[in-house]
Design a protein around this ligand. Structure first.
Ligand code: CA
Length: 518
C-alpha cells in the first residue's frame, strides 16, 4: 500500500497539497488524522477544517481565496470552490530600504566569451537581425547556406541564427508604446552572446528603417540608403538595385555574414568570474509543486548567483502582482520600490484597456495541476527571486545594468518574457515547469527544471534537473539549489549542453508590442 504524502507549506495554512503521483482515493487516511472525503488529484488541496462560504483559505500563510460553498474537513479545495481576493492596492505599500548583504560567495568562475564592452557571452553566435518579417524567408535560406558552407571554416563559432519577428511594418511606429518593441529588437542585437557584432537584413521600404532601428549607428545618405557609423554593424537591403534575383540576395547576405564570421571566430573562452553572468529565471506550465520544489530550488540558486556577484532577473508581472507588498518591502531603496509600483500600475492599466486583469493569467493546465487562481500561482512564482534585496527594475525591452537581483517587468507569457530577458542581456536562462513544456531559445541556453519526478521520468530527455526529488523527500532545497547552480555554471561554460540545445528545440522570439497595428 502506498503511503499518503502531502505538503503543508506554513503552519498557519488550513489546506495541504497531495503529493502522491496520481493523487489519492476517497477514504485515504492522512497521518494528521484527516480522512479524504473524496478523491483528490496530485497537487490539489485538502481542507484541514470544515469551511463555510466566506471562510478564508490560506496557503503560503497567504489568503489565496474564500470558500464559496461548504467544504468539509478532508474535502477537495479547488478553483470552483474558491473566490479570488481583489488585487492589493498600489498605495500604502511597505517601502523597503533593505541593505542586507549576504555573505559573498567567492572563487566561482566559468569559461565565457569576453566582449570588447566588458560583457561576457556563454555562446558564440552569429545573429542576423531582421528589420521586418518580409525578409525572414530569404534569411532562413541564407542561414541554411551559411551553416552548411561557411560555418565549417569558422570552428569557434557555435551557430548562425536569425532574429525573426513580426514587427517592422504595418505598425503605428510613432505611437508612444512602440518604443517597447523597437528597443527590444535593438537590445537583443546587443546580447553578449553575439560578440558585439550586428548584421541587419532589411527589405528597404519598411517603417523600421535602419536609422530608426539603430539611431546613430546608421545615418541616411542623400542618394538613398544608409551609411554605417561603426565597423561592428553591417546592413544588407534586399531592395538594393545591386541585388539581382533571389540568388543575388543570398550572395549579399552570405558575403556580409562571412565578414562577421571572420571576427567572431577570434572569440575564445576565457576564465571569468561568475559575477559576469546575467541569469534570467522564469516558470511556465506551472502546477501546485512549482512553489514547493522547483521555484524554491531556483530561488536558492538565485541567492547563490547574487552572492557570487552575478545579475539575476525575475519577471512575469501578473505572477508577482498579488505579492507586490513582499517586493516593495524587499526593495534596496525607496526609488526601486517606486519603480516596482510604477511597472505594476502601468500593467494594470494595460490589462484594463483590454477589459482584463491579472486573473486572466492562469491556464486550464495550471488549474488541473492544482493552482486554483493567480494568487496561489503568484505566491509560488515569486519564490524564484530568492531572498536578497531587489536592486534594480528593468522596464520592458531595456537592458539590465545593475548587479544583484533585478525585476525585469515583462508579461508572464513564456516567449514574451524570454524575449524581453534576452533584450535585457540574459546569457543563461532557467525555466521551471510542472505540467511540462519543451520550451527553448536559440539565443541562449535554457536549463529546464521539473517540479515533479513523474514529469522528469516521462520527459527524461527534455528536463535537465528534477526538483521533484524535494517532493519525494530524496533531496533538500539546499542540495538541489547547489546542484542547479553548479550545473548552470557547466552550461554557461559550454561543458554541458541543455536538453533543449541537444534536441535543437527553439521557440520563436515574441515581441511585446502594446502599440497599435495599422
Ligand atoms: Ca512564464
Amino acid at each position: 500500500m502506498t503511503t499518503a504524502r502531502y505538503i503543508r507549506i506554513h503552519e498557519n495554512d488550513n489546506v495541504v497539497t497531495i503529493a502522491n503521483d496520481g493523487g489519492l482515493p476517497a477514504g485515504t487516511m492522512l497521518d494528521n488524522g484527516i480522512e479524504l472525503r473524496e478523491a483528490v488529484p496530485q497537487g490539489h488541496k485538502v481542507a484541514l477544517t470544515n469551511l463555510s462560504p466566506g471562510d478564508v483559505v490560506r496557503r503560503y500563510n497567504v489568503v489565496i481565496g474564500r470558500a464559496n460553498t461548504e467544504i468539509p474537513k478532508g474535502g477537495w479545495v479547488n478553483e470552483h470552490r474558491l473566490d479570488m481576493p481583489p488585487p492589493p492596492q498600489l498605495d500604502d505599500l511597505p517601502i523597503g530600504n533593505d541593505d542586507t548583504v549576504l555573505e559573498p560567495l567567492e572563487g566561482y568562475t566559468f569559461e565565457g566569451f569576453r566582449n570588447p564592452d566588458g560583457s561576457v557571452g556563454t555562446r558564440n553566435l552569429l545573429a542576423i537581425s531582421t528589420s521586418v518579417q518580409c525578409v525572414s524567408g530569404v534569411v532562413a535560406h541564407a542561414v541554411e547556406r551559411i551553416r552548411r558552407e561557411l560555418l565549417p571554416k569558422y570552428p569557434n563559432v557555435d551557430d548562425v541564427i536569425s532574429l525573426d519577428h513580426v514587427y517592422g511594418c504595418g505598425v503605428a511606429i510613432q505611437a508612444p508604446d512602440a518604443v517597447i518593441p523597437i528597443r527590444t529588437l535593438r537590445n537583443i542585437a546587443r546580447n553578449p552572446n553575439f560578440g558585439g557584432r550586428t548584421l541587419v537584413v532589411s527589405l528597404g521600404c519598411e517603417k523600421l528603417q535602419a536609422d530608426v532601428f539603430f539611431p546613430e549607428r546608421f545615418i541616411p545618405i542623400k542618394s538613398g540608403g544608409f551609411q554605417r557609423q561603426d565597423d561592428n554593424i553591417a546592413l544588407v537591403t534586399l531592395q538594393d538595385e545591386s541585388n539581382i534575383g533571389f540568388d543575388g540576395m543570398i550572395q549579399a547576405i552570405m558575403k556580409a555574414a562571412e565578414e562577421q564570421l571572420v571576427v567572431l571566430n577570434q572569440r575564445v573562452r576565457t576564465t571569468c568570474p561568475v559575477s559576469d553572468l546575467v541569469v534570467g529565471v522564469q516558470c511556465g506550465g506551472s502546477d501546485a509543486f512549482s512553489g514547493v520544489s522547483a521555484n524554491p530550488v531556483v530561488g536558492y540558486a538565485t541567492d547563490l548567483f547574487v552572492r557570487a556577484g552575478a545579475s539575476v532577473m525575475f519577471s512575469e508581472v501578473t505572477e508577482v502582482r498579488d505579492g507586490i507588498a513582499q517586493l516593495t518591502a524587499r526593495a534596496a531603496n525607496p526609488e526601486v520600490a517606486r519603480q516596482l509600483v510604477e511597472q505594476m500600475d502601468w500593467y494594470d492599466r494595460y490589462l484594463g484597456r483590454g477589459s482584463a486583469d491579472r486573473s486572466a493569467n492562469t491556464s486550464p493546465g495550471n488549474k488541473r495541476g492544482g493552482l486554483s487562481n493567480i494568487v496561489e500561482k503568484a505566491m509560488g512564482s515569486i519564490v524564484k527571486s530568492g531572498s536578497t534585496p531587489i536592486r534594480g527594475v528593468i522596464p520592458p525591452g531595456e537592458r539590465c545594468t545593475t548587479r544583484g537581483l533585478n525585476f525585469a517587468a515583462t508579461p508572464a507569457s513564456d516567449f514574451v518574457c524570454g524575449t524581453l530577458q534576452l533584450a535585457a542581456g540574459m546569457t543563461l536562462h532557467v525555466f521551471t515547469t510542472g505540467r511540462g513544456t519543451p520550451y527553448g531559445l536559440k539565443e541562449v541556453p535554457v536549463v529546464k527544471v521539473a517540479t515533479r519526478s513523474d514529469l522528469a521520468r516521462r520527459w527524461h530527455d527534455l528536463m535537465d534537473i528534477n526538483a521533484g526529488r524535494v517532493v519525494d523527500g530524496d533531496a533538500t532545497i539546499e542540495e538541489m539549489g547547489w546542484e542547479l547552480f553548479r550545473y548552470m555554471i557547466d552550461v554557461a561554460s559550454g561543458r554541458a549542453k541543455t536538453c533543449a540545445e541537444t534536441l535543437k528545440l527553439h521557440n520563436s522570439l515574441a515581441l511585446f508590442n502594446p502599440a497599435p497595428i495599422t
